[in-house]
Design a protein around this ligand. Structure first.
Ligand code: AR6
Length: 186
C-alpha cells in the first residue's frame, strides 16, 4: 500500500504534470481546531449559536467567549448567517485568530445545493481577503449532518479555492473517505 502523506499540496500531488493553475491549496487530515492559521472556517447553522460536528468542536476549543461573540452578530428573526453567506468573529482560545462562520446547503432541502456550496466557500474567502488575512482552513462544509455527498462537494470546494491564488487555503478533513474524496478531486 502506498504512503499517503498527511499534508500534501497540489504541487506535490501533481508532481511531473505541468499544471499552470498551481495554487497554494493544501490537504490535511485531522482536527481543524488545531490549525495555526489566520482563520478557520466553521460549518455553522443559520442561528450561529453552536451545534454538533465541527461547529461543536470549534466552540469547545474556543471557549464560552465564542458563543457570546456570535450572539452579538446581527440577527434577523434568529438568523445570523443565511446559507451561502459568512460572518467573522475572533478565535479566542483557538490558535487561529479568527473564525469565519459560514452555512452550507442542507443537501436534501436546498433549492440549489452546488450554488449554495460555492457561495459558502466564496463568501468565506472574500471575507478573509477583505480583512487582509492570508491563511484560511476549511472543513468539509455540508459533508456531515447536512448530507452533501463527498465526491460532489470536493471539486466545488477546491474550485472556489483556486479563485483566490493570493490566499493560502487548507482543507482539514476528518476521516479517510473525506480525505480521499478531496485527493481524488485534485
Ligand atoms: N475537524 C475537521 N473536520 C471535522 C471535525 C474537526 N474537529 N469535526 C467534524 N468534522 P458537520 P455540516 C467534519 O456535520 O454537514 C452542526 O451541528 C465532519 O466529519 O460538522 O456542514 C452545525 O451547527 C464532516 O466531514 O457540518 C450545523 O447545524 C465535516 O466536518 C450542521 O452541523 C462537516 O460536518 C452543519 O452540518
Amino acid at each position: 500500500m502506498g504512503f499517503i502523506p498527511n499534508v500534501c499540496s497540489i504541487k506535490q500531488i501533481r508532481r511531473g504534470v505541468n499544471y499552470s493553475d498551481d495554487v497554494p491549496v493544501t490537504l490535511h487530515r485531522g482536527d481543524l481546531t488545531a490549525m495555526d492559521v489566520d482563520a478557520i472556517v466553521n460549518a455553522a447553522n443559520p442561528r450561529m449559536l453552536g451545534g454538533g460536528g465541527v461547529d461543536g468542536a470549534i466552540h469547545r476549543a474556543a471557549g464560552r467567549e465564542l458563543v457570546e461573540a456570535c450572539r452579538q452578530v446581527e440577527s434577523i428573526g434568529g438568523v445570523r448567517c443565511p446559507p451561502g453567506e459568512a460572518r467573522i468573529t475572533p478565535g479566542f482560545r483557538l490558535r487561529a485568530r479568527w473564525v469565519i462562520h459560514t452555512v452550507g446547503p442542507v443537501y436534501a432541502r436546498d433549492p440549489d445545493p452546488p450554488e449554495t456550496l460555492v457561495r459558502a466557500h466564496r463568501s468565506s474567502l472574500q471575507l478573509a481577503t477583505s480583512r487582509g488575512l492570508s491563511s484560511v482552513a476549511f472543513p468539509a462544509i455540508s459533508c456531515g449532518v447536512y448530507g452533501y455527498p463527498l465526491h460532489e462537494a470536493a471539486p466545488i470546494a477546491l474550485g472556489v479555492a483556486r479563485e483566490f491564488p493570493d490566499l493560502d487555503v487548507a482543507f482539514v478533513l476528518f476521516g479517510d473517505a473525506t480525505f480521499a474524496a478531496w485527493e481524488a478531486a485534485l
